[in-house]
Design a binder for this molecule. Structure first.
Ligand code: CTP
Length: 291
């Protein structure tokens, strides 16, 4: 009888047993029959040997399950680019201009897109988060690097979600050597960084069908978000009040209002960033369906 559900195997055994020809031949045969393998991972075994054979970590196993169960979701077969985290602009080889973005909302969006079956490319500034299983990771540091990675990954993508907190200013000429205290307080000359969403708007026909922006505001939230929605030619913008202590940068929750070009709005209550991501991804799927 044919099974009707996906089957995942997470093997764990001593390295010699895993690498054995018989084991490898059986794994190959099972994989050909559509069985999904998670791990094993490299590391030290109970026997003291080092190699592939360790049981995949619990959080990764969950990630593999989500990837597998999402395969037929609402974004199945769609390529989605998500940017996350804050960019860092170098001052000298050790110092940077950074911001408070943790990357949590962007990473949650990438996970929610994987859950919906999308092929996800995650362009991220430096963060201390584990990327969701199944995403293609593009780590970047500066706004200029993020621009390059976003434009490259957007080619052929159906959607772009710009959740990254991109630096607006960069140091015109970062020092090649570490700036020394005894040389006095440096005068940093700043220059604007490229506006990534403006560049994406200029992609013309090659632009992803649906482009989602974020507006992190500490005042006049909806007015500023509406202005950015239009200026950056977005299909939806998630306005995020960062003046509240329970929403925005560095916290687990967000209070988001979605604004659309036809003037309609959807105010979401305070919720976890994961839940907000799920809602945003379902709205994105609906927009793609209608596009
Ligand atoms: N963004 C971008 N490129 C930049 C700056 C921002 O693509 N150089 C994107 C962000 O990822 C976000 C949206 O534009 O999706 C709005 O970002 P925000 O920082 O709120 O707006 P800015 O355009 O930078 O304007 P300001 O900082 O003056 O509010």
């Amino acid at each position: 009888m044919e099974r009707s559900c996906p089957v995942l195997v997470a093997p764990a055994m001593d390295v010699g047993m895993f690498e054995h020809t018989a084991t490898q031949a059986n794994i190959k045969l099972l994989a050909e029959r559509g069985i999904y393998f998670a791990g094993p991972e490299e590391g030290r075994m109970a026997s003291g040997l080092v190699g592939r054979g360790r049981f995949v970590e619990a959080s990764d196993l969950l990630g593999h399950i989500r990837l597998l169960l999402g395969k037929n979701g609402t974004l199945a077969g769609k390529k989605v680019v998500v940017s996350a985290g804050g960019t860092q602009e170098p001052i000298d080889p050790v110092r940077v201009i950074a911001n408070r973005s943790s990357g949590r909302q962007g990473f949650a969006l990438a996970q929610a897109a994987v859950d919906a079956g999308a092929q996800v490319m995650l362009v991220t500034g430096p963060v201390s988060l584990k990327p969701p299983v199944g995403v293609e990771l593009r780590p970047v540091q500066t706004a200029a690097e993020m621009l390059e990675a976003v434009l490259e990954t957007c080619a052929g993508a159906e959607a772009l979600i710009m959740a990254a907190a991109v630096a607006d200013f960069q140091v015109k000429k970062p020092a090649e050597e570490k700036l020394k205290k005894q040389d006095g307080i440096p005068k940093l000359q700043l220059a604007p960084t490229p506006d990534i969403l403006q560049k994406v708007a200029g992609m013309g026909k090659k632009r992803p069908k649906v482009v989602v922006g974020f507006a992190a505001e500490s005042q006049d939230l909806l007015e500023n978000a509406a202005r950015k929605l239009e200026a950056k030619k977005l299909d939806v913008i998630a306005a995020n009040d960062i003046s509240a202590s329970d929403a925005g940068f560095g916290v687990e929750t967000n209070r988001i209002t979605l604004l659309y070009p036809d003037g309609s709005r959807e105010a979401l209550p305070l919720m976890g960033k994961e839940e907000a991501a799920e809602i945003l991804i379902s709205r994105l799927a609906a927009l793609l369906e209608a596009a």
